[in-house]
Design a protein around this ligand. Structure first.
Ligand code: ADP
Ligand code: MG
Length: 301
């Protein structure tokens, strides 16, 4: 009912964004854009680096890094996922046991001797989807980096030689605004902010945008906010719809039209250790991340 009142079109059955035609009013209350077919990636590649960032935990950063990455691979891109959270959730979500890793991104950040990123990168079961894994060692880096020269640029240095090998590098940030996240924002060309469609979604966002502004001012003037991604949206609850409305009010066209709905399929994919695009290829969750991939590519210059 309420959706009708606000002019929103309800998703039909289990299908959501996949069903929209250009001009249809979508879940964000705006007309669905006419998204062009993604152009072929340039060869040789020059990686576009994007950080998924929100200091709140449990908002869908890791889930979005994995599934946006997998959806971008389907468009013919070669993608590197960077696990930049000491909890190693991204690594776990792709079937890697962080505890048994011989090497992790920590060893590249705090180098002892010469170590090539190639020796740390792990291939996933999906062709063209690689990962720089992390584990609890990374929490020590946060402290150790403090004493380094150019401590904010350590990740930039690690990623520089990989730029020619990948089309897109996605950094999954830790739930903090500490030095690791500052490193991610300094290395990135773009930042994507996942926001859970829950009551406190906007709390803390001012601090996040403030941090992004400071990084733009002092460390990385090229950093661009690519978009805000509404996650865990439940169209059946008025609450979720109201939060989404507030988010669109606050961020306008920065908000992606592709809204990620709440579904148990996502926790299931973590257990399965694979992206939703292969675990449940035809599901609405998979389609949402495919449509997000198209939107992301369309927003790149
Ligand atoms: P973050 O990286 O921001 O901490 P995660 O991506 O790890 O967040 O998500 C937190 C939890 O919520 C995980 O258990 C994940 O499986 C689950 N989750 C993420 N996205 C969704 C969704 N759209 N619907 C339902 N559960 C989700
Ligand atoms: Mg995470």
């Amino acid at each position: 009912m309420a959706a009708k009142e606000t002019g929103q079109r309800l998703p039909i059955g289990d299908d959501d964004s996949a069903g929209y035609q250009p001009g249809d009013i979508d879940m964000t209350g705006r007309p669905w854009p006419d998204l062009p077919d993604p152009p072929s990636p340039p060869r040789p590649p020059q990686a576009v680096i994007m950080a998924l960032c929100n200091q709140k935990g449990g908002v869908g950063k890791t889930t979005s890094a994995i599934n946006l990455g997998a959806a971008l691979v389907e468009t013919g891109r070669k993608v590197l996922l960077v696990d930049f959270d000491p909890q190693g959730s991204l690594s776990i979500g792709l079937g890697i046991n962080p505890h048994t890793l011989a090497r992790s991104i920590y060893d590249l950040l705090i180098p002892r001797g010469s170590l090539d990123a190639k020796q740390v990168i792990v291939r996933t079961a999906i062709k063209n989807l690689d990962i720089l894994p992390a584990n609890i060692d990374l929490s020590a880096a946060e402290v150790q980096l403090v004493g380094e020269v150019a401590r904010e640029q350590m990740l930039t240095r690690v990623l520089a030689p990989l730029s020619k090998k990948y089309d897109i590098i996605l950094i999954d940030c830790a739930p903090s605004l500490g030095l690791l996240t500052i490193n991610a924002l300094t290395a990135a060309d773009f930042v994507i902010v996942p926001l859970e469609c829950e009551f406190f979604a906007l709390r803390g966002v001012a601090l996040l945008t403030d941090t992004i502004a400071k990084v733009q001012e002092r460390l990385n003037s090229d950093l661009v906010m690519l978009g805000v991604l509404p996650t865990m949206f439940d169209y059946r609850t008025l609450h979720s719809r109201e939060v989404l409305e507030r988010v669109v009010e606050a961020f306008g066209d920065t908000v992606f039209h592709s809204v990620i709905r709440r579904t148990v399929k996502f926790p299931e994919t973590t257990v399965a250790g694979e992206p939703i695009t292969t675990y449940a290829s035809g599901s609405s969750g998979a389609e949402s991340y495919r449509s997000l991939a198209r939107e992301v590519l369309a927003r790149l210059p």
